[in-house]
Design a protein around this ligand. Structure first.
Ligand code: NDP
Ligand code: MG
Length: 400
């Protein structure tokens, strides 16, 4: 690694965002080095990545200390430090050779390491939107207190960030902004007859028309909970109230989001739908680097279209706005219930249309409370999971 290269920790290296990040790092070895990589349980995939990128640290967060696994890493030629268990993710944030942390773990499991990276003053590249949904005020406070920057990887938020002028302390300024417009593709079921939704399969839900992503976020895109989570994410990231965040369906996924100013000007960021564009932006910010993404050929698209979201088809979007309105721990409850419902759907235990019903039940049963600290959030998350599990079991029993 060149002595000037920036050390990057890629948490969730074996995932879809992890792969795009490592692709970019490999394109710019003089600028970046993958010094730490994590996977949850994908031992073989992590060994393969370590052989290719030669990191100094590797973490298997979902595996307990295991001599056999240790031996396999050694036999593969890995000479760095191998750690096991979830707390090792937080330890990575304390490593001196890590300057930037790509937070690309999926779900609530990514929260603790994201917070640790921010508290240590590392540059945080945030793909793990669930962390902001659960702990927006805590995470943004940690970023400010440490005097560091958080750069959004989610394509919509990255687009908004790119359309805003710089403000104080590395955060963009929203002073003259009237509205933020988040675009949504509408997912694979945008035009499917609504009465067919009940029968759709996990593979159909994961066949996104424009993006190749992990299975959890693919299902979130199909229910549009993804956009709901993104509304909450935008609320905290840009410190903007929900009334000023609008969702517009844009099936081509070329316009990644827009910012409307008080004078009526609307700025947008466009690119081919490839996550290497926002990742390259965040890695190099405020500079620019090549991403390997093909130039945008607007003539090939011919037409870009926009339409309002159908809230009857996509009840999850309204549930997310409702949770934001309820405040406190409500978004945490929403997120936890969604994670369990999506997991059950992917395992063939819950119908697609029951995902929103499970979330609604959890939000109806558990009152939102003020967010005091991380422990309160963890307790709310656990409570929601218990209630969601029971709701899923009842739904399974009814279907049997
Ligand atoms: P993937 O499912 O492709 O990858 C998830 C990664 O997280 C894997 O490395 C996985 O390891 C690891 N992981 C899974 N569970 C845990 C856990 N409990 N603890 C620690 N690590 C875990 O997901 P994506 O890359 O698609 O998404 C990652 C995040 O980025 C999500 O929050 C998603 O919403 C967000 N995002 C993704 C986009 C995309 O285009 N993919 C776009 C915008 C945001 P293992 O392989 O061992 O299971
Ligand atoms: Mg997105």
């Amino acid at each position: 690694m060149p002595s000037t290269a920036i050390g990057v920790a890629v948490l969730g290296a074996t995932g879809s965002i992890g792969a795009s990040t490592l692709d970019l790092i490999a394109r710019h070895p003089e600028r970046y080095a993958a010094v730490a990589l994590s996977a949850h349980r994908s031992v073989d995939a992590l060994i393969a990545l370590c052989m290719r990128h030669q990191p100094r640290h590797a973490v298997l967060s979902g595996v307990a200390e295991d001599a056999h696994v240790r031996k396999r890493f050694a036999e593969s030629g890995f000479r760095g430090e191998l750690r096991f268990g979830p707390q090792a993710l937080e330890e990575l944030a304390r490593c001196e050779d890590v300057a930037t942390v790509m937070c690309a773990i999926v779900g609530a499991a990514g929260l603790a390491s994201t917070l640790a990276a921010a508290r240590q003053g590392k540059r945080v590249l945030l793909a793990n939107k669930e962390a902001l949904v659960m702990a927006g005020p805590l995470l943004m406070h940690a970023v400010r207190a440490a005097g560091t920057v958080l750069l959004p990887i989610d394509s919509e938020h990255n687009a908004v960030f790119q359309c805003l002028p710089p403000g104080e302390a590395g955060t963009p300024s929203l002073r003259a902004v009237r509205r933020v417009l988040l675009t949504a593709s509408g997912g694979p079921f945008r035009t499917l007859p609504v009465d067919r939704l009940e029968q759709v399969t996990p593979d159909e839900a994961c066949a996104h028309p424009n993006w190749v992503m992990g299975r959890k976020i693919s299902v979130d895109s199909a229910t549009m909970m993804n956009k709901g989570l993104e509304v909450i994410e935008a609320r905290w990231l840009f410190d903007i109230r929900a009334e000023r965040i609008e969702v517009v369906i844009h099936p081509q996924s070329v316009v990644h989001s827009l910012v409307e100013y008080i004078d009526g000007s609307v700025l947008a960021q466009l690119s081919n739908p490839d996550m290497r564009v926002p990742i390259a932006h965040a890695l190099a910010y405020p500079e620019r680097i090549e991403s390997g993404v093909a130039p945008l050929d607007l003539q090939r698209f011919g037409q870009l279209s926009f339409e309002p979201p159908d809230t009857r088809r996509f009840p999850c979007l309204q549930l997310a706005y409702g949770a934001l309105d309820a405040g406190g721990t409500a978004p945490t409850l929403l997120n936890a219930a969604n994670e369990l419902a999506v997991e059950a759907f992917l395992a063939g235990r819950l119908r697609f249309t029951a995902i929103s019903a499970v979330i609604e039940e959890v939000l109806g049963q558990i009152p939102a409370e003020a967010i005091t600290d991380l422990e309160a959030l963890i307790a709310a998350d656990a409570h929601a999971r218990r209630v969601a599990r029971a709701a899923i079991a009842r739904s399974e029993a009814r279907a049997a």
